[in-house]
Design a protein around this ligand. Structure first.
Ligand code: MN3
Length: 257
């Protein structure tokens, strides 16, 4: 029991911390303060879309790069349906589940996801699925960039420490994505010990539900790739990895690591 309560406390604290940080990120003075320590002031969609800062009523931000930026790897129709139908439905269902529960409107999304047990049972699964869906997709769009970008020196060093090299990390992401049976996500996370880890969640579960902090999430639901790749999930994963905005991932690592 001692372990369980320690984990719960850690989750709660981490959720609360992230919620506070998400809010701080959006304050001009916090952005200014951040620029002293290696983080560039960033007013781009990437900075705004970090799911830690999201709060009721939730809305669907536009795609940072539009629907055609990743052609031919990810086709425009997939992007359009994925964002405009699937992601939009998670946002709509999440708002609808929480509408009658104003006591949860003041919490950031990551705090809700870190402590699902605090929610009434009648909406818990809906918030898990749709809140997770909103958080996961907000992160997904925000860490994609046509042609990709390079990780910071400190993230590179951490990748070398925990995976040996970037190639090995990418191969590990492909493998966990391939092994996920049915629908889910492949992740690069920071675990409770502060280590970088690769793992996978089912459905729309977000690592924060399990005490980990996601840096990068790759959607392996068929809706993310089926039009272009059919059943070749591994080819989608390899194509996706060409477009990872490692600079955005590095910013998360600098803040959350
Ligand atoms: Mn999806």
């Amino acid at each position: 029991m001692k372990n369980i309560s320690a984990i719960s406390r850690r989750r709660f604290l981490r959720g609360g911390f992230l919620a506070a940080f998400g809010a701080a990120l959006l304050r001009p003075q916090a952005i200014h303060a951040a620029s002293c320590c290696g983080l560039k002031a960033d007013h781009s969609a990437n900075a705004q879309l970090l799911f830690e800062s999201l709060q009721y009523p939730y809305d669907l931000a536009p795609l940072p790069h539009g629907t055609e930026a990743f052609v031919p790897d990810i086709d425009a129709l997939t992007m359009e349906i994925h964002h405009g139908r699937h992601h939009a439905a998670y946002v709509r269902n999440l708002n609808s589940a929480l509408a009658e529960y104003p006591q949860f409107h003041g919490l950031k999304l990551n705090a809700l996801l870190a402590d699902l047990d605090a929610l009434p049972e009648s909406i818990r699964q809906t918030v898990r699925d749709n809140g997770g869906g909103h958080a996961n997709h907000a992160l997904y769009w925000a860490t994609m960039k046509p042609g990709g970008s390079q990780p910071s020196e400190s993230l590179k060093a951490a990748i070398a420490k925990y995976f040996g090299a970037m190639d090995a990390l990418e191969e590990s992401l492909v493998q966990v994505g391939l092994r996920r049976f049915g629908s889910g996500w492949a992740w690069l996370n920071i675990n409770a010990n502060g280590e970088l880890v690769v793992n996978s969640t089912a459905n729309q579960d977000n690592p924060i539900m399990f005490g980990e902090t996601p840096l990068l999430g790759i959607d392996v639901w068929e809706h993310a790739y089926y039009l272009n790749f059919k059943n070749r999930r591994g080819d989608y994963l390899k194509a996706f990895l060409k477009h990872v905005d490692w600079e955005a991932v590095s910013k998360r690592f600098a803040i959350l690591g």
